[in-house]
Design a protein around this ligand. Structure first.
Ligand SMILES: Cc1ncc(COP(=O)(O)O)c(C=O)c1O
Length: 400
């Protein structure tokens, strides 16, 4: 048998922990176990009918739907993205500053690929979305993780400045955040913008949860100032807001030279995102679906229920997040305790015991750079949320 050597760059990355845990919860379900999987970051709603209809109609029509489009998206979709940024974020982009990709994950991959060289440092506030450090390492960079758990999951300019070195190339901003749901207000984001002003540091602002903010206001980092706009790649997509995770459409607005490099990278990997998905996205971006306000209200009610339910579980402390669809309770009170013969030595052991003994799936905080915490998604039905809370509370009461 040939000894096939894998590239060093793939040896630097781990498979996505959230996807792995979701698969595990699914497998238990397939075995007939009544698992409540709060692992995936995926809306439980259907893609709005109007969006699906527009895809069906373009498939019936044939022609362009079966063909390549320009690498970065059809001219109509690029215009719709420009319109969205103008309407929602007061950002003005030209077509050469926009790129549509196969999901926001792909947009971020392209952006990091375009910006990070071997040896470059990238500031990643923790808790962080699992893919940022992996992508940075894949491209030869070093993630410089800055813990924000003692400052309300908000990166302070002091902590940012302490982490910056002459090798710092990029800072990642993600508000609303996965996994914490934290929403950084204007002052907090302005402080970050001020801290990088006058440097050559770029910013990726991942705003995929923009539409899921409860009470507060979403702030687009690039909208803070001309300087912020000139250094920021703003990432967004349709997956979370419009219940379109399977359609795989993400997009960016950013400085033209960076977007041009991202486009070149994409031209040699996926080429254009799937044409029918682009055509469906056009309908979504021209006007928010009518369902959105109702969904938002439902998410908010679920959030409140989850937070109250978790805080009523012995040993758990859960802050109320301002956005996204995750809660991120502090479960350090459980560490060192036992459930039957299972010893909860860390958050991985907690999630293992929760899944196999309480039949509730969550993701260990360590995967997001926050050991001792657990992420639960509340993009689940009210019945599932009720069941999960009951089981978590019972589990907590059985710990010794
Ligand atoms: C913070 C964050 N960014 C980006 C993505 C990727 O979104 P998409 O499904 O559009 O690739 C996710 C999805 O989990 C996310 O949570």
């Amino acid at each position: 048998m040939p000894n096939l050597r894998l590239a060093r760059r793939v040896g630097r990355i781990q498979p996505s922990a959230t996807l792995a845990l979701t698969a595990r919860a699914r497998a238990l379900k397939a075995e007939g176990k009544d698992v409540v999987a709060l692992t995936a970051g995926e809306p439980d709603f259907e893609t709005p009918m109007a969006i699906r209809e527009s895809a069906i109609e373009s498939l019936r029509k044939g022609g362009a739907v079966g063909r390549y489009t320009p690498v970065g998206g059809t001219p109509e979709l690029v215009q719709a993205v420009i319109g969205k940024f103008r309407r929602d974020n007061a950002l003005e982009y030209r077509p050469e500053q926009v790129l549509v990709s196969c999901g926001a994950k792909h947009s971020i991959f392209n952006a990091i690929g375009a910006l990070v060289d071997d040896g470059d440092e990238v500031i990643v506030p923790a808790p962080y979305w699992v893919s940022y450090p992996e992508m940075i390492r894949f491209f030869g960079g070093t993630p410089v993780v800055v813990d924000t758990s003692s400052t309300g999951f908000v990166l302070t300019p002091e902590a940012l400045k302490r982490a910056m070195t002459p090798r710092t190339r990029l800072v990642i901003v993600n508000s609303p955040s996965n996994p914490t749901g934290a929403v950084w207000d204007r002052a907090a984001q302005q402080a970050i913008a001020d801290a990088v002003a006058g440097t050559d540091v770029a910013v990726i602002s991942d705003e995929i949860y923009e539409k899921l903010v409860y009470g507060g206001q979403h702030v687009a980092f690039a909208g803070l100032s001309k300087d912020a706009c000139e250094r920021t790649v703003t990432v967004n997509g349709v997956a979370k807001a419009y219940a379109m995770t399977g359609w795989r459409i993400g997009y960016v607005g950013g400085p033209a030279p960076v977007v041009k490099a991202m486009n070149a990278l994409q031209s040699h990997s996926t080429s254009n995102p799937t044409t029918v998905a682009q055509l469906a996205t056009l309908a979504a971006l021209q006007k928010d679906p009518d369902e959105l306000p109702r969904w938002r209200a439902q998410y908010q009610a679920r959030r409140d229920r989850m937070v109250a339910g978790l805080n009523a579980a012995k040993g758990v402390k859960c802050a109320t997040p301002g956005g996204a669809f995750y809660v991120f309770p502090d479960c350090r009170g459980w560490i060192g305790k036992r459930h039957g013969d299972a010893v909860l030595k860390d958050d991985a052991a907690i999630c293992e015991a929760l899944l196999t003994r309480a039949l509730v799936g969550g993701v260990p905080g360590g995967e997001f750079g926050a050991p001792g915490f657990v992420r639960f998604s509340y993009a689940a039905s009210d019945a599932e949320i009720g069941k999960a809370i009951e089981r978590i509370q019972k589990f907590a009461s059985e710990l010794v």
